[in-house]
Each structure stands twice: as C-alpha cells, then as structure tokens.
Design a protein around this ligand. Structure first.
Ligand code: ATP
Ligand code: MG
Length: 417
C-alpha cells in the first residue's frame, strides 16, 4: 500500500495549528467588526461554474483544475477559488431578494494542479471576503483596507499594496482593440496557448508567465490609459480614501490579475520576503459576474488571501507569541485523583490541563510532562492532607506551596507563569 502523500498536499500538524487558529481568529474578529458574516460553500461544484466565472482562458481553467466525472457522468470540479461558489450561493438562495448588500467571508481549502514549490501547493487554503450589491468606491476602499488591516493586526511587515483599474464594459472594448493590434505585430513569437488567448481574451496575455512575453508585455498598451470618465472618477475616489486613511499603496498600471471577471479596481498585496511566490492577497471588483451567471445586474468585489504563505511570513517574522503552556498534574496516589479532577475542572477554564497516571512513578511522570512541553507542574502528594499544594515552574526553578483553595488557585498559578 502506498502511504505517501500525493504531490502538493500536506498535513497541518498540531505544532502548526496555533498559527492557523491565530490567523483564523484574527480574521473573524476583524471581518465581523465590519459587519461581514461567514459562509461555507461546497468543496466541489459543477465544472461549468468555474469555466464560466473564473474564465475559459485563465491558467486555472485551462490547466489547473481537478475535474472528475461522477457515477452519473456529470462533470464536477474541486473548487480552485472561492468567488464562484459564493456567487452561486447568492443566486441559489435568492439572497438578492432579501438583502440590498451582502457582505460575507470564507475560510477553506482550494485545489489547483500547479507545480508544487515553496508557497505553492495543490491543496492550499484561502481566506477571503466578498461584497455583493455596492458599486460605490467607498466599498473598494473598505475591501482593500480589510486586507491591509488583517496583515497589520498580525504584525506583518515588508508588505506592498499595488492597485490598478481595468475599466468597465464601456471602456474595455477600446482597450481590447488596442491590445489586439499591438500583439498582432508579434503573433509569430506567441506560444499556441497565447495565440488562442489573443483571439479570445487578449488581456490574459498580460498575465502570461511565458518568458518571451516579458519584454513585449512591458511595451503593451495599459488599461489605465483607456478608462472612461466614470471609471476614472471611481478610481480617483478609491485612491483618495486610501490616502486619507493613511494606507500606503503603489499604482501599478501593469497589474491585471489572473481571473477573467475583474472590472475596475484590482489589487494585490505582495511581500519582499517570499521569493517568487510573493503574492499574499489578490482581489478586485467584478461588476458583471452575477449577470454572467444569469442573475440580476448586481456589482461585486472581494479578495482572497493565501493562508500557507501568510503563515510562512509569520514564522519568518517570529514575533507572535503563541499561547501553549499545558499545566500538568502529577498524581502520586489514587487517593488524590478526586482532588486532581476537581482542580483541573477549574483550571481548564483558562489553561490546557493534563493529569498523569497514579500508576506511574514520579520520575516517569516528570519525563512525560517535559516531553509534552509543560514546565508548570502541580504535585498531588500527601501535602494535600495538610491542605497544601506544591507547584513548580521547571523553567525558573521556582517552587511554591499554595493553599488548597479552589477560589484562589487560578490566581496562584498566574503568578508562577
Ligand atoms: P500566484 O500569482 O502566486 O499564482 P494567484 O494570482 O494565482 O497567485 P489568486 O488566485 O489571486 O492567486 O489567489 C489569492 C492568493 O492565494 C494568492 O495571493 C496566494 O497567496 C494564494 N495562492 C494562490 N495559489 C496558491 C497555491 N497554489 N498554493 C498556495 N497559495 C496559493
Ligand atoms: Mg496562480
């Protein structure tokens, strides 16, 4: 039997869980303070959902999806990103009839058949938000601000926010024309896949990872020079709000993002310390996606953050203190087990508590406590009969006899940590 893991997937072991919980809890608290609610959509959906939404000409749909046929011959796909499922849920549940604006967040696994490397996996996790039903530039600002604040609350440094505007269905056709006539001149240098993109969706060429295209992309026309007046004003307001809230950003006219549905504002947050997998957050506005799915004309926007990459950064920057100090009871006789259970009930309101076996001797139990990473040990010995309890901090060597008093025991432990 093959016990190896498939390429690009990994276990998240208990020693890393405190990082995951820290990220998830920080995100939940922040998003909820901005009135976002959590949503959990299915891990697999009909393939069509991603083809139509994420886009036929994107790398994700062309090369990276985990698609399979079920027993009835239906084509299903493990979700490569979160947005299509959220929009589908919005339509399936007719949320548009109930709420003028829907603000949600999600946390969960995504699947892409990519070349695994540091910071790039085949199963990875994203945490994201989506807002449906607001077209004003304030909300573009709010979405960018939430991504920035989440990273700030996690005390991350060396991050750069880049923004751009891709225009709307009104101005995009002019830009598309300009792009096509530019790249037509170099058609013989394009790979077959990029030739197809030139016909179907020339904007994708700007996102191509093909080496040969790098110099060509540099000289290509930029969407920002083709914006209509409404798009210009919208983008100016987004920048104004960012500035007045002191959020530093860089205008990057070359930023296009890898998904087809974006309109107007797009943004990315990158770091200088992750090598080539340097993007931590990506997002933007998608004013036509709900309609593309056959729904009403409702604008949307959001972002997605890669949790694995974020945790690599947290570990690099290493100034997060993780709450993990188990308290261990050492029980030297069956007679003291009852006191141990009762004391542990109280201490568990605040700490992780584990109780040793009275069948083991002192040395074995101390070794066990050490292996579990605990340095605070509470001894249940004959002192109990004198209403005393010995507590020892093995890190500092401090030793204390406290009164066996259920009301003050929590405070006594506190002073030893
Ligand atoms: P990249 O340019 O690195 O491929 P992307 O543009 O494909 O990123 P998005 O689809 O915007 O990424 O997803 C948002 C975030 O999810 C990324 O910024 C990144 O942090 C994370 N992410 C994307 N793909 C992977 C992956 N295969 N493994 C781990 N994290 C990923
Ligand atoms: Mg990618």
């Amino acid at each position: 039997m093959n016990m190896e893991l498939p390429r690009g997937v990994q276990d998240i072991l208990p020693e890393d869980i405190p990082y995951w919980q820290l990220v998830e809890n920080t995100a939940r608290k922040l998003f909820e303070s901005y009135n976002y609610e959590e949503i959990r959509t299915p891990i697999f959906e009909y393939t069509e959902l991603f083809r139509k939404g994420t886009g036929e000409t994107t790398d994700i749909v062309m090369k990276e999806m985990y698609t399979f046929t079920d027993k009835k011959g239906r084509s299903l796909t493990l979700r490569p990103e979160g947005t299509p499922g959220v929009i589908r849920a919005f339509l399936t549940n007719k949320i548009y009839n109930q709420k003028p604006v829907w603000k949600v967040y999600y946390i969960g696994p995504m699947f892409r058949y990519e070349r695994p490397q540091a910071g790039r996996y085949r199963q990875f996790h994203q945490l994201g938000i989506e807002v449906l039903g607001r077209k004003d530039p304030y909300i573009d600002f709010e979405v960018i601000k939430l991504a920035v604040d989440l990273l700030k609350n996690l005390k991350l440094e060396n991050l750069e926010v880049e923004i751009n505007s891709l225009g709307c269905i009104k101005c995009r056709p002019n830009y598309r024309e300009a792009l096509i006539s530019y790249f037509r001149k170099y058609e013989d240098q394009l790979s077959p896949i990029d030739k197809e993109r030139l016909e179907r969706n020339p904007l994708r060429l700007l996102d191509s990872k093909d080496e040969k295209l790098i110099a060509l992309k540099d000289q290509a026309p930029q969407p920002i020079d083709y914006l209509c007046d409404e798009c210009k004003i919208h983008f100016e307001k987004v920048q104004k709000y960012l500035s007045l809230d002191n959020i530093k950003y860089k205008l990057n006219p070359k930023l296009v993002r890898g998904l087809d549905y974006y309109t107007r504002t797009v943004f990315e947050i990158t770091t200088t310390t992750l090598g080539s997998q340097n993007a931590v957050v990506g997002g933007g506005r998608y004013d036509n996606l709900v309609e593309t799915y056959g729904g009403p004309s409702i604008p949307g926007l959001g972002f997605a953050l890669g949790i694995e990459r974020l945790i690599i950064l947290l570990k690099q920057q290493n100034h997060i203190s993780l709450p993990y100090i188990p308290l261990i009871f050492i029980t030297l006789s069956e007679d003291y087990v009852e006191t141990g259970i009762k004391l542990a009930n109280i201490l568990r309101t605040k700490y992780r508590v584990d109780i040793g076996s009275p069948q083991e001797n002192l040395r074995t139990q101390l070794k066990w406590a050490d292996k579990l990473g605990s340095f605070i040990v509470i001894f249940l010995t004959e002192e109990i009969e004198k209403n005393k309890l010995k507590i020892k901090n093995f890190k500092t060597g401090e030793e204390k006899y406290t009164d066996l008093n259920f009301n003050t025991i929590l405070e006594d432990i506190e002073t030893m940590l």
